[in-house]
Design a protein. Structure first.
Length: 122
């Protein structure tokens, strides 16, 4: 009788362990979908020094974890400069753009070993 009780308890423990592992591996319950977020993407390759315009951008529904510092509104991106190449259909990230309203933010576009000098124009 004791052996039967131990076997029953072991079966329950194994079943609970299997259910726990299944739930940890599938955090979204069946029948539910992950939240979609609208993200701003590059519609074409954006080279270093490009000033972003509306035509350079597109939207997509993003499933899963949103990249850090990604944008969901084009007005946050338009008019800013690109400081590292952004490829087509890649999310636009704040770390790849010049700061908003920055003056002289294109120092990154000066080739290695070269210098830039401001010249007054009359």
């Amino acid at each position: 009788m004791k052996v039967l009780l131990v076997a029953f308890e072991a079966a329950i423990a194994i079943t609970l362990a299997i259910l726990a592992v299944y739930r940890l591996g599938n955090p979204v319950p069946a029948g539910e979908t992950a939240a979609k977020v609208k993200l701003v993407l590059a519609s074409r390759n954006l080279e270093l020094g490009t000033i972003i315009r509306d035509g350079d951008l597109m939207f997509t529904d993003w499933l899963g974890e949103v990249p850090t510092n990604a944008f969901s509104h084009t007005q946050d991106v338009v008019g800013r400069g690109v400081i590292t190449k952004i490829y087509a259909i890649e999310p636009i990230l704040d770390s790849r753009l010049t700061p908003r309203g920055a003056v002289g933010a294109f120092a990154a576009t000066i080739p290695q070993g070269m210098r830039a000098v401001a010249v007054a124009v009359d």
